[in-house]
Design a protein. Structure first.
Length: 95
């Protein structure tokens, strides 16, 4: 899970927190605690949060950073899409 402040005109993306994929335990409470380490000013400037599709992380972001968009990387989206297509293909070929 990566938290980042998105660009303003003429600025680069500035990571607000390091890559948090090793949060332990991988719970909503742990992610919420990490997000709460940001100052109020930092929280207000976060426009997007890139992460995997773990529901606990999505819930934590919605709770602490309600203005931020949740963005999933192409790898995870493609993985879920591939599994869904495979499931439908299996259902169609067995009927």
């Amino acid at each position: 899970m990566v938290f980042c402040q998105c660009k303003r005109r003429g600025q680069k993306d500035i990571p607000a927190l390091p890559n948090c994929s090793n949060i332990s335990p991988r719970t909503e409470e742990a992610a919420t605690s990490l997000l709460n380490t940001l100052t109020d000013k930092q929280r207000q400037t976060v426009n997007a949060v890139a992460m995997d599709m773990w529901p606990a992380f999505m819930n934590a972001v919605r709770l602490v950073l309600p203005q931020a968009d949740v963005v999933h990387d192409k790898y995870h989206v493609a993985t879920y899409l591939g599994k869904a297509v495979d499931l439908v293909r299996r259902m169609v070929t067995t009927h």
